[in-house]
Ligand binder design. Structure first.
Ligand code: CO8
Length: 251
């Protein structure tokens, strides 16, 4: 997964601008199949599966019904041999403001643990075709996690990423602690998860580059230091100084 701060407008273009594609939309949503998402095929060759989260009043909070529909739409695009890639987007105000807090509010431990609550959420990460998140506005909690499950994130100017679960007395549950660490580095990920503070698209992009590189360099340096615990490192350098071929023993 990578953050790209490009103009997401291209991907967010309203379907009003492409009447020819509306028929494709109807194909996918015929019979009122979807209540919480808009689904259509886009692109010159009609080969991009386009899914728009559509619960504007709840800032696209990811209720159970929405996530089930998202899974169905992904299944359909996965099976459609004409579709080469999938785009998931929200609105300018919100990609998704997280799991639906109102739905979760009265859940008990027994229900969550015994019922493997929200286990179906990871469908996005198992799609074999490339999945792109076009993010603007809030991408918080499960919304940020959903974006990070995608292969690429195109982030618009108003995008805000955050894992504010701590402010609700809970923690990320859909890979936030793991994927955020890889996306922006451990330091910023910990800060975000422990404070609930958000970052914008530029900060996400910058951190993705700087921190993962810095961490990689730190790891590399420690591994380099570790070679000084081996006989072969000593032999290799000694052989160089003595102008002979090294006799490595794999030790
Ligand atoms: N769930 C339900 N409803 C929400 C959510 C949400 N996550 N976010 C916003 N809404 C609703 C509000 O309740 C409000 O509805 P109403 O008008 O009926 O009161 C409407 O959307 C608009 O929201 P606000 O009035 O609050 O709008 P603001 O512009 O003032 O604030 C914010 C926008 C900052 C986004 C604010 O709404 C907010 O903080 N939302 C909650 C963000 C949050 O905490 N997200 C994390 C949720 S927990 C989570 O995602 C855990 C995922 C675990 C997945 C596990 C898988 C295995």
């Amino acid at each position: 997964m990578s953050f790209l701060c490009r103009n997401a407008a291209l991907l967010l273009k309203s379907s009003r601008a492409a009447p020819a594609l509306l028929s494709a939309s109807r194909l996918y949503s015929s019979g009122g199949q979807y209540e919480y998402i808009l689904v259509e095929k886009r692109g010159d060759k009609n080969n991009v599966g386009f899914i728009q989260l559509n619960r504007p009043k709840a800032l696209n909070a990811l209720c159970d019904g929405l996530m089930k529909e998202l899974g169905q739409a992904l299944d359909a695009f996965e099976a459609d041999k004409d579709v080469g890639a999938v785009v998931i987007t929200g609105s300018e105000r919100a990609f998704a403001a997280g799991a639906d807090i109102k739905e979760m509010q009265n859940r008990t431990f027994q229900e969550c643990y015994g019922g493997n609550f929200l286990a179906h959420w990871n469908r996005v990460s198992t799609v074999r075709k490339p999945v792109i998140a076009a993010v603007n506005g809030f991408a918080l909690g499960g919304g940020c996690e959903l974006a990070m499950m995608c292969d690429i994130i195109y982030a618009g100017e108003k995008a805000q990423f955050g894992q504010p679960e701590i402010l609700l007395g809970t923690i990320p549950g859909a890979g936030g602690t793991q994927r955020l660490t890889r996306a922006v580095g451990k330091s910023l990920a910990m800060e975000m998860v422990l404070t609930g503070d958000r970052i914008n698209a530029q900060e996400a992009k910058q951190s993705a580059y700087e921190l993962t590189l810095a961490e990689g360099n730190r790891l590399e340096k420690r591994l380099f230091h570790s070679t000084f615990a081996t006989d072969d490192r000593k032999e290799g350098m000694t052989a160089f100084v003595e102008k002979r071929k090294a006799n490595f023993q794999d030790q």
